[in-house]
Design a protein around this ligand. Structure first.
Ligand code: NAD
Ligand code: UGA
Length: 468
């Protein structure tokens, strides 16, 4: 069916739905883009006049919102009406790991995807293209199709209701979302209806070179997204595993990464050793891949990928042990500054942030944490820590959030840099060190400090993957 897309609805105004629809609206002024969500606070934040109050911090996002919001970009809780008006609907809802029941800890909870599909089936009118934007287990499109078909076959539903289901996974990385969306490495569209694929490709072709628009079948598209994330996470576990070997042997992981990455077949990106990968997706998507492999009896494959997760957990446990060892085996009642709480720089997202696990362990060892992050708000930090700490740790005054870095570092026994925010790279560690209780330690898990440039060579600095 030839489809001229004039009206888009995106279900889910999250880290993907918000930025992705903003970039579509910005590049397609003739298309009306409506982003809907069940969460009224989130929608209100997207509609806040003050750009600083948007629910997501993402460089470049504010300018696009200013340009498009109210013209062809709208955020709303009116799901039914916006679905009924849409020619094309993106499903961009959360797909977390199941927390209970069969597959708990590994399988994806498809509750929100199923709910969205049922709502689409109920309120869509005429011919509608339904696009999977969320990251989904392979074969989910089949389930969506079944829900859409069953509902449209119901008595009393207009016989004109027809759907085409496409897969169009999102590859953006937070902190770089706008750049990634404006200049993607590729756009992937999976489907079995040529006209619908053409209609979706037509939207992207407004700003993306058509050579970068790859089309395939549904299952290859769904699976490519999971595999891409697994490969990316694997690189981080590879470099982190080698960071430990560098520390023992006196090698430097940064130099090793440059030497190894200079080989074009390996490539220089994504080889930064650190406190382990965080973020809402790597762990969830690899766990899902493991679950799928086990389901199909591919036990060796699932064991292989399980190791990527195991190394990530090990890297974080290893850091705690190093901190304890350097601080004479005890951190009880010691002041420790935590610099950075988000899972990476340039985002306020803390989902699966290494900082959560590391802070939890330090608190359990009795440390007093002074936490500073330029974009994560205090309530989020409290929420994240209370969620993982036993109740007995909530009552005591074991952590506090700081407005200034100095508040965190003054008189501290140690500073632990957990996120590679630019402002940490500019800090004067000679001065900060003087204000700390000696002998103080700086644990630079992201290697943000250029040690060679420091005037005082006697500052105790530990960096991931740097042997002495
Ligand atoms: P998110 O939690 O930030 O946003 C999801 C939103 O969907 C929430 O605001 C929630 O209220 C809303 N929602 C849930 N059910 C709904 C319903 N029935 N109707 C309307 N709204 C509903 O999640 P996210 O980070 O944007 O991720 C969304 C999907 O994209 C996930 O599958 C994720 O794996 C994938 N993904 C995420 C990223 C990323 O960087 N965060 C990148 C690529 C892909
Ligand atoms: C990742 C992928 O990069 C995206 O392509 C994908 O779309 C997204 O997951 C998703 O599906 O959600 P994101 O998690 O936002 O994006 O951020 P990354 O830049 O991949 O970083 C993930 C984690 O790995 C962070 O904690 C980061 O600090 C860490 N990392 C990254 C390293 O420790 N070393 C590196 O070299 C790179």
């Amino acid at each position: 069916m030839n489809q001229d897309i004039k009206n888009i609805c995106c279900i889910g105004a999250g880290y993907v739905g918000g930025p992705t629809m903003s970039v579509i609206a910005s590049n397609c002024p003739n298309i009306q883009v409506n982003v809907v969500d069940i969460n009224p606070e989130r929608v209100a934040a997207w509609n806040d006049r003050d750009i600083a109050n948007l629910p997501i911090y993402e460089p470049g996002l504010g300018q696009i919102i200013k340009k498009c919001r109210g013209y062809n970009l709208h955020f709303s809780t009116n799901i039914e009406e916006n679905i009924s008006k849409a020619d094309l609907i993106f499903i961009s809802v959360n797909t977390p790991t199941k927390t209970s029941g069969i597959g708990a800890g590994q399988a994806i909870d498809l509750k929100w995807v199923e709910e969205s599909s049922r709502t689409i089936a109920k309120y869509a009118k005429g011919f509608t293209i339904v696009v999977e934007k969320s990251t989904l287990p392979v074969k989910t499109a089949q389930k969506i199709k079944e829900i859409l078909q069953a509902t449209s076959a119901n008595k009393g539903v207009s016989f004109e209701k027809k759907f085409s289901v496409l897969s169009n996974p999102e590859f953006l990385a937070e902190g770089n979302a706008i750049k990634n969306l404006e200049e993607p490495d590729r756009i992937l569209i999976g489907g079995d209806d040529e006209e619908s694929i053409k209609a979706l490709a037509g939207i992207y072709s407004k700003w993306v070179d058509v050579k970068k628009i790859l089309t395939t079948d549904l299952w290859s598209s769904e699976l490519s997204k999971l595999i891409a994330n697994a490969f990316l996470a694997q690189r981080i576990s590879s470099i982190n595993s080698m960071s430990a070997l560098c520390e023992i042997t006196g090698a430097h992981i940064k130099d090793v990464a440059v030497a190894v990455g200079a080989d074009k077949r390996i490539g220089k990106y994504f080889l930064n050793a650190g406190p382990g990968f965080g973020g809402s997706c790597f762990k969830k998507d690899i766990s899902n891949l493991i679950y799928i492999c086990n389901h199909y009896g591919l036990y060796e494959v699932s064991e292989y990928w399980q190791k990527v997760l195991d190394i990530n957990n090990w890297q974080q446990r290893r850091l705690i042990e190093i901190i304890l060892k350097k601080l004479f085996g005890t951190i009880s009642e010691k002041k420790i500054a935590i610099l950075g709480f988000s899972f990476k720089a340039d985002t306020n997202d803390t989902r699966e942030s290494p900082a959560i696990f590391i802070c939890k362990k330090l608190i359990e060892e009795g440390a007093n944490l002074y936490i500073y992050d330029p974009k994560v708000n205090n309530n989020q930090i409290d929420y994240d820590l209370k969620r993982v700490l036993e109740k007995s740790f909530h009552e005591k005054d074991l952590w506090q959030c700081c407005e200034l870095i100095e508040e965190a570092t003054n008189n501290a026994d140690a500073a632990v840099i957990l996120t590679e925010w630019d402002e940490f790279k500019k800090l004067n560690w000679n001065d900060i060190n003087k204000m700390m209780r000696q002998p103080a330690w700086i644990f630079d898990t992201r290697s943000t400090i250029e040690i060679k440039k420091l005037a005082n060579k006697n500052i105790n600095i530990w960096q991931t993957g740097f042997g002495n």
